[in-house]
Design a protein around this ligand. Structure first.
Ligand SMILES: *[C@@H]1O[C@H](CO)[C@@H](O)[C@H](O)[C@H]1NC(C)=O
Ligand SMILES: *[C@@H]1O[C@H](CO)[C@@H](O)[C@H](O)[C@H]1NC(C)=O
Length: 474
């Protein structure tokens, strides 16, 4: 009887519990460059990244890609089961989120009515870390009945029913706006907000129940949450890389890597080709003295006299964006060298420009790498090889028109994974981040259930750490 009801649940309603072992149907969608159907009909491709395909178990995936693209055969008896992730979001005071955008709450709600008002996020370099903004908007939009958005996430009001507890703190914006100390204050506004956040969270029932293990916190700017993260580390973080984190605080098992929002506009109607992109290799960036700076200098001296290489220092600012856009769009390859952090928005600018990224950054972490094979559209070069004389140029010059064109086509196929939209669209960065978060949920629930073993016993730290686990198991 148990077995039968279990099977029934599997078949009809509980899809969200089974998605976790099934990634995107990547083997089919990403590894067959010759599949002309895939190339020629972008809308079809998009629809197969839709939530239902993401939710699908193996059978469904095969059905879809081989025989029938229609979803009509699916039986979903419960509206909520269409969603990938149930999220409980704290009603944090607005100073932690939209208040940082100078938005003022009216009435009882701490949230803007996203049907009518979307507070503007500041432009320029701020935008590259605006992930917090897009995700929060997407959760708010899930409360609007019949909103035109992909069904990946839904806000639930009962935290016991949630897969994850979302902390809507705009930490990158808080860092960008409020981390300069003023003469009269010892602490910056950013530090004070983080202290307040820790105090708020640790006093919540939801936090106490799990010690934060099922919480989701966005700290995309490498310097955001510098203070609070040492106290909030049991949570899952959304980060750009692990460069400035001890591995006990953040690691690939527990946390989610999100893309930067690219600053260079998407290259729509890209009619360029191998020959029309006359620059072989493009690099524009700051020069750093430490770490990556060494590689940058070495490469600069070895490449500066090459006629078809653009290599110049200076970060992208206002009219710099225009120049960099032209530069990347007319180059075959775009260099990404580790700077003071392993990641940068340059990679995502290159993808948006369909300029094949050449990545020299041994510690880089890439978003959605569980479903994306970056080697299909990026060249990876170890730092130790890159500084070998002539190695890099020889490698790049050895990539001919055919191979390059394959990679260029791939870039055009995957670029939508790195687009942030409101309302979010199927297969965009917002949806992909939620999907990546949903992949963390089973391990998180396991961790949580183990943690609850001794919930009837008196609190004892010894008991918790006495569960023998291999190092770095989590
Ligand atoms: C696909 O499904 C639709 C709707 O269920 C059906 O009408 C159609 O015949 C199917 N096509 C194939 C090739 O099975
Ligand atoms: C919240 O959900 C839990 C588990 O489903 C349930 O036991 C509890 O009664 C719910 N609380 C409220 C206030 O609805």
């Amino acid at each position: 009887m148990f077995l039968m009801s279990w099977l029934f649940v599997f078949r009809s309603t509980s899809r969200p519990h089974f998605i976790y072992h099934n990634l995107l149907p990547n083997s089919k969608l990403f590894s067959t460059p010759d599949d002309s159907k895939f190339h020629s009909k972008i809308p079809n491709v998009e629809s197969s990244f839709g939530n239902r395909a993401i939710l699908g178990d193996k059978e469904d995936v095969e059905d879809e890609s081989e025989t029938n693209n229609s979803n009509d055969g699916r039986k979903c008896s419960n509206e909520n089961d269409d969603f990938l992730l149930k999220v409980f979001m704290y009603d944090l005071p607005s100073e932690f989120h939209f208040g940082l955008l100078n938005w003022k709450p009216s009435g009882n709600s701490v949230w803007p009515n996203v049907r009518t008002t979307i507070p503007g996020y500041p432009g320029g370099l701020n935008l590259q870390h605006s992930i917090e903004f897009w995700l929060t908007l997407d959760i708010l939009a899930s409360e609007i009945p019949n909103a035109p958005k992909a069904k990946t996430v839904i806000r639930v009001q009962n935290s016991s029913e949630a897969d994850i507890i979302f902390v809507p703190f705009f930490s990158s914006l808080s860092y960008n706006r409020n981390s300069k100390p003023t003469p009269q204050e010892k602490k910056t506004r950013n530090m004070i907000l983080q202290e307040k956040l820790v105090k708020y969270l640790t006093s919540q029932e939801e936090w106490k129940r799990s010690k934060g293990k099922d919480h989701l916190i966005i700290a995309h700017h490498p310097n955001s949450m510098l203070d609070a993260r040492m106290k909030l580390w049991p949570a899952t973080f959304i980060l750009s890389d692990f460069g400035r984190y001890p591995s006990s605080i953040a690691n690939v098992e527990k946390d989610v890597i999100a893309p930067y929002k690219h600053l260079i506009p998407s290259y729509v109607n890209d009619n360029s080709n191998f020959d029309s992109r006359t620059t072989l290799l493009y690099f524009q960036g700051a020069i750093y003295r430490k770490d990556g700076g060494l590689v940058r200098q070495e490469l600069y001296y070895s490449l500066k006299n090459e006629k078809d290489v653009h290599f110049s220092f200076g970060s992208i600012q206002k009219d710099g964006i225009k120049k960099a856009t032209e530069g990347m769009r007319s180059s075959k390859f775009c260099l990404n060298i580790a700077g003071d952090t392993p990641s940068s928005n340059r990679l995502f600018d290159a993808i948006a420009s369909h300029c094949v990224p050449v990545i020299i950054s041994d510690q880089i972490e890439l978003p959605f790498e569980d479903v994306l094979d970056y080697s299909e559209f990026c060249i990876f070069v170890r730092t130790i090889d890159a500084i070998e004389e002539n190695y890099l140029l020889n490698l790049i010059r050895s990539i001919g028109k055919e191979e390059w064109t394959k990679m260029w086509n791939k870039l055009k196929e995957v670029e939508h994974f790195f687009e942030f939209n409101f309302p979010s669209k199927e297969g965009d960065a917002v949806q992909m981040i939620w999907q990546a978060v949903s992949h963390k949920v089973p391990a998180l629930k396991l961790k949580l259930n183990r943690f609850r073993r001794y919930s009837r016993s008196p609190p004892s730290i010894e008991k918790e750490i006495s569960i023998p686990l291999p190092k770095n198991f989590w």
